[in-house]
Design a protein around this ligand. Sequence first.
Ligand SMILES: CNc1ncnc2c1ncn2[C@@H]1O[C@H](COP(=O)(O)O)[C@@H](O)[C@H]1O
Length: 392
Amino acid sequence: MTTSINQIVDDDFVRALPKAELHAHLSGSISPSVLQGLWKRKRAQGQCLDLEDPLTAIRQGERFVDVVSFFPLFDKYIYALVDNVWAVKFVTGQVLQDFEDDGVGYLELRTTPRENLCSNMTKQAYVTAVSETLREWNESRRLADSANSVIQHGNMIARLILSIDRKMTAVQADEVVDLAIKYKFPREVDDKSAIHLGRPLEAPVEERFVVGVDLCGNPLRGEVSTFTPAFGRAKRGGLGITVHFAEVPQSSTGSELSTILSWEPDRLGHVINVPQQYADIIKKRKLAMELCLSCNVLTGLTTGGFAEHHFGRWLKTGCAIALSTDDVGVFGSPLSNEYLLAAKHFDMPPAALVWLSKSAACASFGGRKHMLELIRRFEQRETGGGQDATEL
Ligand SMILES: CNc1ncnc2c1ncn2[C@@H]1O[C@H](COP(=O)(O)O)[C@@H](O)[C@H]1O
């Protein structure tokens, strides 16, 4: 396979392959050039004069971050530039466009509700800003669909996951779950009952895109049992549960991993330092995994380069895998490139990459049908025949 990669699995193939992105942090997905636009705008208004140019502050794709230096990049830098409702909407729109341009057909964008007192941005206003941008995006894609009466490649639909940060208190985590429930994407049945019951907590139906709740943040911080009640509420509220799992050895203790597994998560992110007994539970439950090659290699969360990445081991387990970017703005590797890396380092021919894309689709909290249809059309084009997308 490695010999044929240049002939068959090339840039064009991985970009054209419809892909589901399930693990992308909004603030980490903003390209340095978009951040630079905000930076210039602020400087013209005499603000952020002490902040370095994003093009030099974020040396995309280089190995300049480790788990200690990585997280302050958000708190001390990106959040200073994206600090008001207008900026949140602007960057969200740009991020959606970047994913679609890379051939993503279904995106679950995750973000942590945050406030900025100086610009009067509340957490609710933050979530509304992201939701409105998603609404505008999804509506424009729906128009494109009806105009062409077919789903074109590039017609990405987007959903939202709200993140609880490990440094939050139980009360703050509950606030995130409140917002997630309020903005929960209405599945058909819920939709009807929402109308009949007139649930007071809900946001306008056309702005509800939240399909899940995540636990993220610096894995060296926080005690996960703090969040057990919040994840219990999220689960009972019908939301998907995805959790950053065993990112570093310090966050891979038996008590942390058992606590997280007791929340009955649907998906796990990163899944790096997993002791055998927990790996067995994951396999038995067939939990889906969001694996991020470039992020893990560039931050040194894994050792041995791409070839030794645990993606290769999980691939053999039968668990669904969603290859994901994590923070493409920082690591500089779009999802298509992650597929290319998988092909190169794990000997995956084109059919295996198509299988991988279906695997991600099946792990999604709502994009399965849309993605399988996109992939079916892609396979039809590639083979010139009428093959159906075989489901996993
Ligand atoms: C190794 N990778 C990672 N591990 C854990 N958490 C991560 C992460 N990459 C990003 N985040 C989390 O996402 C936030 C930024 O996006 P939002 O402001 O929420 O859109 C960061 O503050 C961090 O909590």
